[in-house]
Design a protein around this ligand. Structure first.
Ligand SMILES: *Cc1c(COP(=O)(O)O)cnc(C)c1O
Length: 297
């Protein structure tokens, strides 16, 4: 992979913010999913698996990235999708269309069945139906994903005293923690309301230089209040950097808010990891349009 661009924002109150543009990864499975999938793809090929089988919602960045990465690696992919209504061919969405175009086989489950996605019973059934596929959990976090994310930070990034990232399942934060130096502080901005996240992350890393910020979930995963959409649109106009509202938009909103309100108590040389996810914008705009809300630019 070519090296990623960085964008520095004008400093605010003496705090210098630099964005590492993971969204510019030169493949369709852009953002953090590139690193999360890297060693899982390797493992599937080493095991001579037919491909990857994984789980996600109908707008999932993880499903899109898995479909693209498998296609690129000559592997097959199966996406287990939350919500059987998406099996209706009349009901289209850009993410699932992209997945299909990449050759992903979609397997739709009702929301109640999907809730048991981690049960051995459901996994056994899927494994029988799709023999020789390597199973990846929803969001793609496992030890191999964390190993890949430990490579997000390079030697050039050791000069930053603080590193910010958005958190969904925590694999990316765990990898960053593993790849950071002990004088660096990591802040993980939660995208969803979940108090058990720290316990989920701890087994994946031996360092303790990280903490979670729970104040900018905007009420929960995939919530898109107008204030957040307006912030993202402004940010794009001002800095020419696109964000999406599920992860990176919430994080940047949080960073700016913490600084503006005088609550920023971390370093002054901050690296912000852009984890991508821009494929989701088209689907989010579809939903915003239905609700008559302003769209993302
Ligand atoms: C998946 C995703 C995340 C969350 O990564 P985790 O490793 O699950 O915490 C953050 N940002 C974007 C854009 C994502 O697609």
């Amino acid at each position: 992979m070519r090296s990623l661009p960085y964008n520095s924002l004008p400093s605010i109150d003496g705090i210098q913010l630099t964005i590492k543009r993971g969204d510019c990864i030169n493949t369709e499975g852009s953002g953090n999913k590139y690193w999360k999938l890297k060693y899982n793809l390797q493992q599937a090929m080493d095991e001579k698996a037919l491909g990857l089988l994984t789980f996600g919602g109908a707008f999932s960045n993880h499903l899109a990235a898995t479909a693209a990465a498998c296609a690129r690696s000559g592997l097959q992919s199966v996406g287990v999708v939350r919500g059987e209504e998406w099996a209706d061919p009349q009901k289209k969405n850009p993410t699932l269309e992209f997945c299909k175009q990449k050759g992903m086989q979609l397997h739709f489950l009702s929301r109640s069945t999907y809730r048991n996605k981690n049960s051995t019973e459901l996994q056994k059934t899927l494994q029988q139906q799709y023999p020789n596929f390597m199973l990846l959990p929803e969001g793609g976090t496992n030890a191999l994903a964390v190993k890949g994310c430990a490579e997000v930070l390079t030697a050039a990034d050791h000069k930053y005293d603080t590193i910010c990232v958005a958190v969904g399942t925590g694999g990316t934060l765990a990898g960053l923690a593993t790849g950071s130096t002990e004088h660096q502080q990591l802040l993980g901005f939660m995208s969803l309301r979940y108090t058990g996240m720290a316990e989920r992350i701890t087994p994946y890393t031996t360092t303790s230089n990280w903490q979670l910020i729970h104040d900018y979930t905007f009420g929960g995963y995939a919530k898109t209040p107008e204030a957040l959409i307006a912030f993202i649109n402004n940010f794009k106009k001002k800095f020419k950097i696109p964000l999406e509202p599920l992860y990176t938009g919430k994080m940047l909103f949080g960073i700016f808010d913490l600084i503006k309100t005088g609550q920023w108590r971390w370093g002054k040389n901050v690296l912000i990891i852009h984890t991508g996810g821009l494929q989701g914008i088209a689907g989010i705009n579809q939903r915003l349009a239905k609700k008559g809300q302003p769209l993302l630019l």
